[in-house]
Ligand binder design. Structure first.
Ligand code: C5P
Length: 396
């Protein structure tokens, strides 16, 4: 993605400290960020903090004479690709909903030509307060993007909705606004991570899949406008916001969850590293050491992808092939065997558990190699290819 110009508005709330981390995330990703603060925000975090993190002067005052021409209230938001207010206090949300122009931040919002996004942060009672809810509804109707808030423990000691989203989630949702909605309205079902096949009550067989590729694809599909259901093996990764996640352990649980959802999906992407075998003679109790080495009997698990691909009204199926040798030959044979329109081939030793990946997309038109990229970028490239295939007129 090309570098974006972000204007970050910080208003008066204890969550202002999270805006410092948010600034870091934008800078780290190569974006240009300028910060504007309300007077109340400066009571929580100093402008110097944001100046140091963003590398740019921080503006707080409508009467600031620094910008050339002295038009801070217009210039700052006119040169931005996005005006993001995080945290957005109840007072600022009220001002935005009513078009107030009584400080630099509210005036910038009124004079902007770019999209506006807000990440509310306040006490749960203030969030639920009827006038605040009316303001949120007004802002949404005006096309303002509202990120969160989250539910949970609040700085005031109460528990409920009103907590600002974490910086990483706000960053993700902001970046998603720049994505083309290539999969708008499509229902996408994705499997991710390893499976866990129990040997006894405390032990099992699993593999080194981290779930990073599957989760990155789930996010990329969501950001492209799809309704995503993510069936996840045990990864320990937090659930991405804005999608439905179903947690499973074994291959058979994954099979059941997928088959329950496949009929209502337009696309099925099988990224999970599913165990090919499970333990047939699983022990009901923890196996004791003194009883001699147990003989494990294995039986085959169902092939989830092949089953879905052979359904009478199968969704568009995308498979993954992790091979350790003869990558393209083995992967193409797998694509043919499982009857898949699209398969993503990668080297198991390079892909599993890593942050980067180098993949080749295989379809009826041939092999399309992609360069080594971070998994989020690989996921975006796969979505782009998938969306192009979906938009092709279907063959007779
Ligand atoms: O046959 P193999 O395991 O190499 O195939 C890999 C592809 O098939 C992946 O897309 C994987 O998610 C899927 N798969 C599956 N169910 C299995 C085994 C693999 O859905 N039991």
């Amino acid at each position: 993605m090309t570098a974006k110009r972000i204007l970050l508005g910080v208003t008066g709330g204890v969550a202002a400290y999270k805006a410092a981390e948010l600034t870091r995330l934008f800078v780290k990703a190569g974006h240009h960020i300028e910060v504007v603060m309300t007077e109340a925000a400066t009571r929580f975090v100093t402008p110097l903090t944001f100046q140091a993190l963003s590398g740019h002067a921080v503006y707080t005052d409508l009467w600031d004479e620094r910008p050339a021409g002295g038009m801070a209230h217009i210039d700052l938001s006119r040169r931005a690709d996005l005006f993001l207010i995080a945290p957005a206090s109840a007072d600022t949300l009220f001002k935005l909903a009513h078009g107030a122009c009584d400080n630099l931040l509210s005036t910038l919002a009124a004079a902007r030509t770019c999209p506006l996004a807000v990440a509310p942060a306040m006490n749960r009672q203030m969030w639920e307060n009827a006038p605040n809810q009316r303001n949120i509804a007004t802002l949404k109707a005006d096309g303002v993007h509202v990120f969160g808030p989250a539910s949970g423990a609040q700085a005031c000691g109460e528990i409920g909705a009103g907590r600002m989203l974490e910086a990483a989630e706000i960053f993700e949702q902001a970046m998603a606004l720049f994505e083309e909605k290539r999969l708008q309205g499509r229902k996408v079902l994705i499997t991710a991570g390893p499976t866990y096949e129990p040997i006894d009550t405390v032990r099992g067989i699993t593999n080194i899949s981290s779930g990073k590729m599957g989760y990155a694809l789930a996010r990329a599909c969501r950001d492209a406008g799809a309704h995503v259901t993510l069936v996840s093996g045990p990864t320990g990764m937090p659930a991405p916001t804005g999608l439905t996640r179903i947690d499973v352990q074994s291959a058979r649980e994954m099979y059941d969850a997928v088959l329950q959802n496949a009929g209502k999906s337009d696309v099925f992407i099988a990224v999970a590293a599913v165990a090919d075998y499970r333990i047939k003679n699983r022990a009901e109790h923890k196996i004791k050491k003194g009883d001699g080495a147990p003989a494990l009997e294995l039986e085959e698990n169902p092939d989830i992808l092949a089953t879905v691909a052979s359904l009478p009204a199968a969704p568009f199926c995308v498979g993954f092939a992790a091979e350790s040798q003869h990558l393209l030959t083995f992967a193409e044979a797998k694509r043919q065997r499982k009857k898949l329109p699209l398969l993503v081939a990668n080297l198991a030793q390079q892909a599993m558990g890593a942050d980067d990946n180098e993949v080749t997309l295989l379809d009826d038109a041939g092999a399309h190699p992609l360069p080594v990229m971070g998994k989020p970028d690989v996921a975006r490239a796969i979505v782009q290819h998938l969306a192009a295939m979906l938009s092709q007129p279907s063959k007779p």
